[in-house]
Design a protein around this ligand. Structure first.
Ligand code: ZN
Length: 436
């Protein structure tokens, strides 16, 4: 093993993006009759999309990925051919790594899955979710988008499981009137009260959030235009009256709501994470609207915000590199990228090193619901980061010492200087100690 490889293995990696299930849901499945289930743990999530693309029937994928705890080999048999077609993809590779590291399987076969089903059950105990990530995965801490605004302390790891404040509905022009009223006591009736609600939401959860997160690129274009209160007010009135609105009108209200969130995020020292590029799933991606370059007007408008552009904008990696080089308020996050396209990610790291300053890049996030999958993704990221940096050494572009310094930056140092970990953790501990 080279010194570089050893360093990468031994270094606790910061995981800036997951959607992990909570401790109670994770352990409850250990007690439930219907789970846990090794076939669903290994093949649901992103890999199921490759299986469908490879030709598996939706019924077979559904049967394999629905946790039942029974018919393990039979359910695997339904997707076996598609698995053989997909095992070399990034998702397939990550599943093979998880199978080996978490379940002790040398090869994924029906018999091996049957035999490892007990491991799956044994993992569904309190604290194991934490130790899988922190010990097996050697992960420093995890930043989780659980799709909601509340960022409450997670007692299964106050310092370890940190949460993003979800801002996606505001960016989509979807106004969640009853939820907002319940959460912060503000009834949204017009632009003034909508603005008041934004402030109240950040007052309540800004301190305990590690970042703000939005994935509105799944439902609309990333193109952003500054909107006036008057224009937003017109659309808001229609939305509140449940009158029909066009996508352009929703984008107007969404752009306005996004801007108000960014202003609050700046006040609360929160980086703003934005999904750019590739879509999870199948048969839904419209490649033009996911381009990270659409965000340029936003990046110009808010020079003092911290924008974290996620997933390397795949397949528009070069646009992200250009943005990262040009805008001092842009960070680039490789979360999910290694498993989408490991070679593109390798190239991306190497190009970033020689195009943008080295303090702009975050190296890892698994972007998964399942902690055991996250372990596989973390090891996959390490292996490919090592390949990228080793290739630089082999071509005489970096010394090994320089490569090690870069690994340290991309795995943790850049993240630790961007996110306010101390402030967030202090607020989480205070909130956890406060009487309910
Ligand atoms: Zn995600």
């Amino acid at each position: 093993m080279t010194q570089l490889e050893q360093f990468i293995q031994d270094t606790a990696i910061v995981n800036t993006h997951e959607h992990l299930v909570k401790e109670d849901a994770w352990t409850a499945a250990g007690q439930a009759q219907t789970g846990p289930d090794i076939v669903s743990e290994l093949f649901s999530g992103y890999l199921s999309s490759d299986l469908l693309t490879a030709g598996a029937t939706p019924e077979a994928v559904e049967a394999a990925t629905t946790p039942t705890g029974i018919d393990i080999a039979k359910r695997f048999e339904g997707i076996r051919e598609a698995w053989e077609m997909s095992q070399l993809t990034g998702y397939g590779e990550a599943a093979r790594i998880t199978a080996k590291l978490v379940y002790g399987m040398d090869r994924i076969t029906g018999d091996a899955l049957e035999a490892a089903q007990d491991v799956s059950k044994a993992n569904r105990v309190p604290g194991r979710r934490h130790s899988l990530l922190s010990e097996t995965g050697n992960i420093d801490h995890v930043q989780i988008d659980d799709f909601v605004r509340p960022c409450e302390p997670d007692p299964s790891g106050l310092d370890f499981f940190l949460y993003d404040l979800s801002w996606v509905s505001f960016c989509q022009g979807a106004v969640e009137v009853p939820e907002i009223l319940e959460q912060v006591g503000v009834e949204v009736k017009d632009v003034a009260t909508y603005r008041e609600a934004v402030t109240a939401i950040f007052q309540r959860w800004g301190p305990t959030a590690i970042a703000v997160k939005t994935q509105h690129a799944y439902g609309r274009t990333l193109r952003w235009t500054e909107q006036t209160d008057a224009d937003a007010a017109k659309v808001l009135a229609k939305v509140l009256a449940e009158k029909p609105v066009s996508q352009d009108e929703l984008d107007c209200l969404g752009d306005w709501g996004f801007a108000r969130g960014i202003e609050q995020a700046m006040q609360h020292n929160l980086p703003i994470k934005i999904h750019t590029g590739y879509y999870a799933g199948n048969r839904s991606m419209i490649v033009d609207r996911i381009r990270p370059g659409h965000l340029a007007p936003l990046l110009i408008k808010y020079p003092d915000a911290k924008f974290v552009l996620m997933h390397i904008g795949y397949p528009y990696e070069d646009e992200i590199i250009a943005l990262a080089k040009h805008f001092p308020n842009v960070y680039v996050d490789m979360c999910w990228a290694w498993s989408i396209d490991p070679y593109a990610s390798c190239r991306f790291v190497r190009k970033m090193i020689h195009a943008a300053p080295i303090n702009r890049l975050f190296g890892f996030g698994g972007d998964t619901f399942c902690p055991s999958a996250s372990v596989g993704y973390a090891m996959q990221a390490r292996a490919w980061l090592n390949r990228a940096l080793q290739a630089e050494i082999d071509q005489g572009l970096l010394s090994e010492d320089q490569a090690i310094q870069l690994a340290e930056r991309f795995m943790r140092a850049n993240q630790l200087s961007c996110f306010d970990l101390n402030g967030t953790r202090a607020a989480i501990h205070a909130a956890a100690a406060a009487p309910a």
